[in-house]
Design a protein around this ligand. Structure first.
Ligand SMILES: C[S@@+](CC[C@H](N)C(=O)[O-])C[C@H]1O[C@@H](n2cnc3c(N)ncnc32)[C@H](O)[C@@H]1O
Length: 296
């Protein structure tokens, strides 16, 4: 089981991840942790996602949600994107999870990873958090990573200010609309450029409610006046018919409530999506009291 080996390696070698995961899990009820062990041993992929038993549970959650939406829309595939690839651990993890999502749902996932390929560009100004990141951070072995990628994954190298418009113009189409996007470009300036991925005039190139994950919103020095959160605010100001908002009440839908990633999941609301114009069957409401009084 490579993913179990990988999880153990991560827990051994990344003290901050280990402390966080232990804190999150050990503060959950004992009976849920006991039940999770049973799910880990015998559960389906879907059950393991529900019980946060995957590496990068946020990627697993986003992919599975998008696959369910794609199936409901009568599609057989969707596109998932990682912005910011670096050494490629996240992208390879996304590819592996996409295989499992396909086995579970029958929906194929087209994957694109975007990166400059030479480490971080220089920060533009204070809004890029130069106290945390600087030019050249996160160098990558582009050829080595490309050699490891499966055929459904493309690594797109270059500044996102150039590669995103090219991707929209030449690659994205409505047969595999965007369903899940992970943003991990660290900077305000880069995230603002990457959010142009939601600018295509044809709303059918997106699922009805794409799931978004924002990595760089968790440190105490992050705020709405810099970094990813500022890029989101500006996107919302600049787009009348498309808005990004944190997934309100996701916590109430999850079994384990303390997982940090829950607060990092956002949704793209497309008020110009063709789904809004599809007529649907008239809806009815039950009234159990009336049914009790007048049993038919
Ligand atoms: C933190 S790393 C990504 C880590 C990766 N998501 C993971 O989990 O393994 C951030 C990456 O964003 C890339 N990046 C930042 N700004 C960029 C830009 N304007 N265009 C393309 N790539 C950029 C950097 O090259 C860097 O590799």
């Amino acid at each position: 089981m490579p993913s179990k080996r990988f999880l153990l390696k991560k827990l051994m070698h990344q003290p901050s991840a280990r402390t966080r995961i232990l804190k999150e899990r050990l503060t959950e009820p004992l009976h849920l942790n006991a039940a999770a062990l049973v799910v880990a041993a015998f559960g389906s992929f879907r059950a393991k996602v529900a019980w946060d038993l995957m590496m990068r549970p946020h990627y697993a959650y986003g992919l599975l949600e998008a696959a369910d939406q794609a199936r409901e829309a009568g599609l057989d595939s969707f596109t998932a994107i990682e912005f910011g690839v670096a050494a490629g651990e996240g992208l390879l993890n996304l590819c592996k999870l996409a295989d499992e999502v396909r086995a579970e749902t029958g929906i194929k996932v087209r994957i694109a990873g975007f990166d400059a390929g030479q480490g971080m560009p220089p920060p533009v100004d204070w809004r890029d958090h130069p106290e945390t990141f600087s030019a050249g951070d996160f160098p990558m072995d582009v050829d080595g990573l490309k050699a490891r990628l499966p055929s459904n994954c493309r690594l797109i190298i270059g500044p996102v200010s150039e590669t995103v418009p090219e991707f929209l113009a030449n690659e994205l189409n409505a047969s595999a609309p965007i369903g899940f996007v992970a943003f991990d470009l660290d900077y305000y300036s880069s995230t603002k450029q990457a959010l142009a991925i939601f600018d295509d005039v044809d709303a059918a190139k997106y699922l009805f409610l794409p799931v978004l994950y924002f990595d760089d919103i968790v440190l105490p020095n992050y705020s709405s006046w810099a970094g990813e959160l500022l890029a989101i605010d500006e996107f919302n100001q600049e787009h009348a018919m498309r808005k990004i908002q944190q997934y309100r009440f996701l916590r109430s839908r999850r079994i384990f409530k303390n997982a940090r990633w829950i607060d990092q999941i956002f949704l793209l609301h497309l008020f110009d999506h063709p789904r809004l114009t599809v007529p649907h069957q008239r809806r009815h409401m039950q009234n159990v009291y009336l049914n009790q009084l007048n049993p038919s």
